[in-house]
Design a protein around this ligand. Structure first.
Ligand SMILES: Nc1ncnc2c1ncn2[C@@H]1O[C@H](COP(=O)(O)OP(=O)(O)OP(=O)(O)O)[C@@H](O)[C@H]1O
Ligand SMILES: [Mg+2]
Length: 397
């Protein structure tokens, strides 16, 4: 997948922007001082891929302060089907519209036809990488679940709709637990919600187990390339069900059977706790080095290497699952990596459209040409765009 043109209307600090990407040049650098609008560009592309932002849950935040709505439009070209060589690449137009209260609508169009979020998501895939991703490795499990979800929804529509349904049913079930305590409802009323919780929740756990297994299979060798050490690094699916030895081997049907049976068993506990105590909403990912939990032993450098390894595996995962190369959005990450890791990343992304934001480029590098190093930042030839207060221009050489 390749982004050819990005059009922003009243999105963050861009009043009107029309940005064309060079079809011959996979690398685009967005360069400028702090707070000029570099990340905003990546956020708008992310919105087209995932129907939401990576840094706010309030869509209003993305609308220009003085305006009532924002519109983001992307024109893409799909990768040509290599098997059917004669087939020319398909063009794709994606549009997101965000309204502000009192008209807070959020709507999507694919090729100019209105479509729901479930059909919009996954048309274009992105691997987004920013320094704050490190938080995911050591802060709360909700960040790791979000990480898994962001990967899964982009390659699997059923995952997206199951997740949405699951969270809705979970909320209703939890409300019912309260109603039962207040004697406004009876425990028997839980049956119908439990059935749906099992239906959607089992699918989520089944898919997560498969995805984590894919990552696990690639992790040791990918990590070894990045880090000097020979730690045995593992990623483990931590789910809330008992008596499951190898989650990746469990069929969907068996996930259902286990979840259903255990949900019945934990019902008394849930009625006391007034929340649903098992299910994929409580899942986690555990990372370990030589059998020790990451938090107990990893250095900052090891965290960085692990995160980079995960990103490289993501790239492969998307490509294998969707037959399209994802677009890479790299937000200020190069300055966080040493030259060796910068080079590994550059090798891995070769041939992928990549949009990189950075504050660190000098005039010399901005003229392109062969690879130059500036402040330990490896720079490849590419298209350079300078951003200043929501205005983008190509630097004059
Ligand atoms: N809804 C909005 N309307 C108008 N301007 C906004 C809105 N939201 C953010 N901004 C402005 O956008 C700018 C920040 O943009 P962005 O986060 O893309 O900066 P950046 O170039 O990535 O900076 P840094 O290098 O610090 O990461 C700030 O000037 C902020 O005031
Ligand atoms: Mg930024």
């Amino acid at each position: 997948m390749r982004l050819q043109k990005l059009i922003l209307e009243q999105f963050r600090n861009y009043k009107n922007l029309e940005l064309s990407f060079d079809p011959q040049e996979p690398m685009t650098y967005i360069v400028g001082p702090n707070a000029q609008g570099k990340t905003n560009i990546l956020e708008s592309i992310y919105l087209l891929a995932l129907t939401k932002s990576f840094r706010t849950t309030k869509q209003q935040d993305m609308i220009g302060w003085e305006y009532e709505y924002a519109r983001v439009k992307g024109i893409f070209e799909e990768d040509a089907d290599e098997e059917a060589r004669s087939e020319s690449p398909q063009s794709l137009e994606l549009e997101a519209f965000l309204g502000k209260p009192p008209n807070p609508q959020k709507s999507f169009k694919k090729n100019q036809v209105k479509t729901g979020a479930a059909n919009f998501i996954g048309n274009c895939q992105v691997v987004f990488f920013h320094p704050e991703d490190l938080n995911m490795l050591y802060l709360g499990p909700d960040l790791r679940r979000a990480y898994l979800n962001v990967i899964s929804v982009q390659v699997n529509r059923k995952y997206f709709s199951s997740l949405r349904s699951y969270l809705k049913v979970l909320k209703q079930r939890n409300a019912l637990l309260h109603a039962i305590k207040d004697q406004r409802a009876t425990p028997g009323e839980l049956d119908v919600w439990d059935e749906q919780l099992v239906e959607h929740g089992s699918y989520l756990m089944f898919e997560r187990a498969q995805t984590i297994q894919y990552f696990q299979n690639q992790l040791a060798s990918t990590y070894q390339k990045i880090s000097e050490g020979d730690e045995n690094v593992k990623i483990i699916y931590h789910h809330t069900l008992h008596d499951i030895e190898n989650p990746e081997e469990l069929s969907l049907q068996n996930w259902r059977a286990h979840f259903s049976e255990q949900l019945d068993r934990t019902r008394p506990r849930d009625l006391q706790a007034l929340v649903t105590t098992i299910g994929p909403h409580r899942d986690d990912l555990n990372f370990s080095f030589d059998g020790l939990n990451l938090a107990a032993c990893a250095s900052r450098g090891e965290y960085r290497s692990l995160l980079l390894a995960l990103k490289l595996i993501e790239l492969k995962f998307f490509e294998e699952r969707s037959n399209q190369k994802p677009i890479l959005l790299l937000d200020d990450v190069f300055s966080e990596l040493d030259p060796k890791r910068q080079n590994l990343l550059l090798q891995a992304i070769e041939g992928h459209q990549t949009i990189i934001t950075t504050t660190h480029l000098n005039d010399e590098a901005a003229t392109g040409g062969p690879m130059r190093t500036h402040r330990n930042l490896n720079v490849r030839p590419g298209k350079y765009l300078e951003v200043s207060q929501g205005i983008i221009h190509e630097p004059t050489a």
